[in-house]
Design a binder for this molecule. Sequence first.
Ligand code: GZL
Length: 358
Amino acid sequence: MSLLAHRSGRAAALLAAALLASGCAKAEPTAATPGSSGSQARQQVATPSGPAGAGCTIQRYGTAAFDLKTAVVGFSQSEKEANPFRIAETQSIKDEAARLGIANLKTTNAQSQFSKQISDVQQLIAQGAQLLVIAPLNSDGWEPVLQQAAARKVPIITIDRKINARHCSDYLTFIGSDFVEQGRRAADQMIKALGGRGKVAILLGAPGNNVTTERTQGFKEQIAAKAPDIEITFEQTGEFAREKGQQVTEQLIQSNPDIDGIYAENDEMALGAVTALKGAGKKPGDVKIVSIDGTRGAVQGIVDGWLYAVVESNPRFGALAFETAQKFLDGEAVPEKVVIADREYDAANAADSLGQAY
Ligand code: GZL
């Protein structure tokens, strides 16, 4: 079971302490609190402890230890950096590498093309990468890279999205949010926004990755369990992109003029939806929008009344990724999954929390 750190550091600490006492989770200091570029305020993240021996050690993985500071470290980003999530994610990796004195960080960006991400990573391996940190675009299709990395015993840390591969053989660990829980939290906000009844549209993320699947699963499960009078009458992918989110919402308004709420599986699509609603002469609050990511534009959208709530998907993996790599190099067992803490924004805290958005 992966414990989810909750909406604030304090709640997370209390919750983590409770589960620590019960022995079913091991808390780890992790990524800097969003917006704390200077201070290193840390958020508690509970790492699933699992059965003894479940973790991955450098001995099991078969890698020779090396010094991170002098190693060639490769970071592969998936989507073009038009999305603030991607900008903040890449910056977090670069900032932490600089803070740790990692002199040879090579970064690539696949511009949202999976074939390019495969060749990017193959190139990083050819350039002598001794550690790979990958933000995968898709969950499947990684075999060519995994074989090459395994042949050279290069450990792979996946962040942000999961790959369908073998823990402690194909990859070292997955570090990311609990996306099913994000979907549940978005549903709770939508239930509040609609008073438990109404018609809802889902702007689905891009296909082919666990984030879209799990955010949809969590949302639908929670609505079914908690709000039988909320009906999901429309779902279509906006591919996590603002323009596509706007286009799909323009179609939605035509085909479903009585829609009461929109669940956008990321902020870029939510902001595209706002543009479409404005174009249709709607006013803030006419349609309740709940979104996921926690970008500054979306949190500002709450302040302006266009969005009802935003569940954060914390992109600041830098500290956690390199802490985890160092633990591995020091001979510690690394769990299959490390859950990062996600905040939540609504009308009560949006204005004061803008500085923590990214
Ligand atoms: C989540 C990440 C998602 C973001 C989107 O970890 O994979 O991809 O929520 C991005 O903004 O496109």
